[in-house]
Ligand binder design. Structure first.
Ligand code: GLU
Length: 449
């Protein structure tokens, strides 16, 4: 490995040893771009890597809200504005019990390179809170969002930082957040958030974009291997917003999701989750209770296996981890290898531990990295920003066409970047290299700060 890259990784490991997820993503990205640093000694002279691993700005704030009985509760809110070299900070908000500084930094770091890959002018950021939306009433969620925005509104804006959704933040929360922003600012700037409702500046296809984009990317991989989506069986972990888009688009294009999992275990639907009735049921199930997918098995009379993950089953063609970080560890990766499945397409942010990813990449399995596969979500967010600034809205067909093209280009650029550096067909390294090069060059040209 390039000595400069090695040095910076060691420094991060030492300095941020308590931030496990952040160290993990830094190691993964920087080790992939070692070859770029070999060719660009000027980046070392300009200290690009040391600057890249430190957020431009990160802050936390107190968020106080009252429950339905009038009792006050205190949570911590975060926003990490990691890198603004190529555009305003852009990235979602995650509301989940386990959110902490390390998780915010890992997500914002990943986001930086993912956003660069979209080819659109968006920098990397992420935010959230350790607020747990599970079991909260509508009123409680609204008051939490209002309080969160009251703390954040001075530091975001259409040209500054543009939050969106992530786990625990969907269109409903974005609505409350936007309402409060408008109320505090006293003017109408809907470009400050993306993932908005269609009635106040949201984009068609945005709710589906991450999942649709993942299937479009998968389609590019398959085409390149003289293969097709037709008749393919897919195992998807998770049943949130992203999995929903995957399930819908897969069904539309002749494939079917036959395994799906939640925190309580997994379901196996041999016939596939292909009908509108099944897909709508999942949406409702998630809204009512984000912690259990068992009701699906009860409703449609299929198998449910409690407290297990399905990694290792042989009767699928494609695995798509679409739930949460570090879903697949070495133990699961070994099962995946033994299953003989041909494609491992990451969707959730960093769903694979570094050692598990290494094992899969060294095998015959075709591995695609989430920062490329899931980039369609934030890509369509950038299209939403364009529509807002032009004060118009594009049709479903227009947005879908742009999304398809974006995914095609991300695949092509990643593949080409790996080839350019003599790495062969390596979509993981290629995505890191393509994203990194764009950000590094922008930082280099803008001078030292
Ligand atoms: N949270 C999503 C992601 O991980 C979307 C971010 C956005 O649309 O800004 O990319």
């Amino acid at each position: 490995m390039n000595a400069y890259v090695e040095k910076v990784i060691e420094e991060v490991k030492e300095k941020y040893r308590d931030q496990k997820e952040f160290v993990q993503t830094v190691e993964e990205v920087l080790s992939s771009v070692s070859c770029v640093l070999d060719r660009h000694p000027e980046y070392e002279e300009a200290g690009i890597l040391e600057r890249m691993v430190e957020p431009e700005r990160m802050f936390s704030f107190r968020v106080v809200w009252t429950d339905d009985a009038g009792r006050p509760h205190t949570n911590v809110g975060y926003r990490c504005q990691f890198n603004g070299a190529i555009g305003p900070y852009k990235g979602g908000l995650r509301f989940q019990k386990n959110v902490n500084e390390s998780i915010m930094k890992f997500l914002a770091f990943e986001q930086t390179y993912k956003n660069a890959l979209t080819g659109l002018p968006i920098g990397g950021g992420k935010g959230g809170s350790d607020f747990d939306p599970a079991g909260k009433s509508e009123g409680e969620i609204m008051r939490f969002c209002q309080s969160y925005m009251t703390a954040l509104y001075r530091y975001i804006g259409p040209d500054q930082d543009v939050p969106a959704g992530d786990i625990g933040v969907s269109g409903k929360e974005i609505g409350y957040l936007f309402g409060q922003y408008r109320r505090l600012r006293g003017d109408y700037q809907n470009g400050v958030l993306t993932g908005k409702g269609l009635s106040y500046g949201g984009s068609l296809i945005r709710p589906e974009a991450t999942g649709y984009g993942a299937i479009y990317y998968l389609n590019e991989v398959l085409k390149d291997h003289n293969d097709t989506l037709q008749g393919k069986k897919i195992g998807v972990s998770g049943y949130g917003n992203v999995a929903w888009g995957i399930i819908k688009k897969a069904a539309e294009l002749g494939a079917k999701v036959t395994y799906m999992s939640g925190p309580d275990g997994y379901i196996h639907d041999e016939e596939g989750i292909v009908t509108a009735e099944k897909i709508d049921f999942i949406t409702k199930m998630r809204r009512d209770d984000p912690l259990h997918c068992k009701p699906y098995a009860e409703r449609f009379g299929c198998a449910f296996v409690a407290n297990e993950k399905f990694w290792g089953v042989k009767d699928v063609d494609i695995y798509m981890p679409a739930a949460i970080q570090n879903d697949v560890t070495l133990k699961e990766a070994e099962k995946i290898l033994a299953s003989g499945v041909k494609y491992y397409i990451e969707v959730a942010n960093m769903p694979t531990t570094n050692e598990a990813l290494q094992l899969l990449r060294n095998s015959d399995i075709i591995v695609a990295p989430s920062k490329a596969v899931n980039a369609g979500g934030v890509g369509v967010s950038a299209l939403e920003m364009s529509q807002n600034s032009q004060r118009l809205s594009w049709s479903e067909e227009e947005v879908d066409e742009l999304l398809k093209l974006m995914m095609k280009n991300i695949y092509k650029d990643s593949k080409k970047a790996a080839q350019e550096y003599g790495l062969g067909y390596d979509l993981v390294a290629g995505a890191n290299i393509a994203g990194f090069k764009k950000v590094a060059q922008a930082m280099y040209e803008q001078g030292i700060f």
